[in-house]
Design a protein around this ligand. Structure first.
Ligand code: FAD
Length: 310
């Protein structure tokens, strides 16, 4: 059994493992895919102190840094169920999909999230070649170009306002007959000269030239007509889904399925901490996930040293 068992090997989990191991306590990390979302990223230009790097490079560096310490890495292991300890100071159990189970006196849950995809032809093919999911990350790559934002909820409208300050033109496409974002955001969006809003529109295809995105097609849901828009980038903003389905009955989740944590990263169960994109933390970014993972590990250590000696 571990003193600190980390579930998830993205930036949050890697940071948690390093901070825990540096306290000299027995630490393990189980991850479905070590590296996490970073593996699906190309250019990273906001990893502070590194002007530019690439996702797979950062993922390798994360793993190497964890391996500098005495941490047991269990890659390709998917957690399926959490059984919290019966009593304070007892072991929490994580049952893996393969039936095996791992135990930790403290747990750090850092299973991240995934962007909901449109599921239309061209989306996968042109991912990172014009199809993007994170305006904070990739917005500046489209400076002076034309982009679309798919989705008129808060995140879509926020993305459109953000991008309008960087790119030449933004087309916002919403499936419903009206935007669903807060009124104050909608007013701000409507005031911008380089934004066009199209409602009742179903995106049907991402167009490209084999190398890069060149446009998209949508269907007007009122008239059934097909339309094409020429552009260089498409930001899909139809939801970020936390990887917390396996935790539903064990700890408190927000209505969106995010793990509820306090300022120290503690969940509703004593001794179980969480960090990164799977939590209620307001912004989902690499440096933020790393900070949160470090916080969770220090809190886990704090919890451990306060347990009565056995
Ligand atoms: P993740 O990176 O999602 O890692 C989660 C880990 O948990 C993975 O190891 C996963 O395999 C594992 N896991 C999931 N479920 C289970 C389970 N049931 N059992 C065991 N393990 C599990 N951020 C930036 O700051 N800058 C950027 O430029 C940037 N670009 C991005 C581009 C793309 C295309 C994407 C998708 C994201 C980008 N982000 C960027 C966001 C950034 O990648 C995330 O905020 C960050 O990776 C979150 O870290 P995390 O550790 O919380 O989660």
């Amino acid at each position: 059994p571990f003193e600190v068992l980390v579930i998830g090997g993205g930036p949050a989990g890697a940071a948690a493992a390093i901070y825990a191991a540096r306290k000299g306590i027995r630490t393990g990390v189980a991850a479905e895919r070590f590296g996490g979302q970073v593996l699906d990223t190309m250019d990273i230009e906001n990893f502070i102190s590194v002007s530019r790097t690439e996702g797979p490079k950062l993922a390798t560096a994360l793993e190497q840094h964890v391996r500098d310490y005495d941490v047991e890495i269990m890659n390709l292991q998917k957690a399926a169920k959490l059984i919290p300890a019966k009593a304070q100071g007892g072991y929490h159990e994580v049952v893996l999909e393969n039936g095996a189970s791992l135990k930790g006196r403290t747990l750090i849950l850092s299973t991240g999230a995934r962007w909901r995809q449109m599921g239309v032809p061209g989306e996968d093919e042109y991912r990172n070649k014009g199809v993007a999911y994170c305006p904070h990350c990739d917005g500046p790559l489209f400076k002076g170009k034309r982009v679309a934002v798919i989705g008129g909820g808060n995140s879509g409208v926020e993305a459109a306002i953000d991008l309008a300050g960087i790119v030449a033109h933004v087309t916002l496409i919403e499936f419903d007959s009206q935007l669903r974002a807060d009124a104050v955001l909608q007013r701000k969006l409507a005031s911008l000269p380089n934004v066009k809003i199209i409602t009742s529109a179903l995106t049907t295809k991402v167009e490209g030239n084999g190398e890069k995105v060149t446009g998209l097609s949508y269907k007007d849901r009122n008239h059934g007509t097909e339309h094409d828009v020429e552009l260089e980038g498409i930001f899909v903003q139809i939801g970020l889904v936390p990887n917390t389905e396996w935790l539903k009955d064990a700890i408190a989740l927000s209505p969106r399925g995010e793990i509820e944590i306090d300022a120290r990263g503690e969940t509703s169960q004593p001794g179980i901490f969480a960090a990164g994109d799977c939590t209620t933390v307001p912004y989902k970014q690499i440096v933020i996930a790393m900070g949160a993972g470090s916080t969770a590990a220090l809190s886990a250590f704090d919890y451990l040293i306060r347990l009565p000696a056995t």
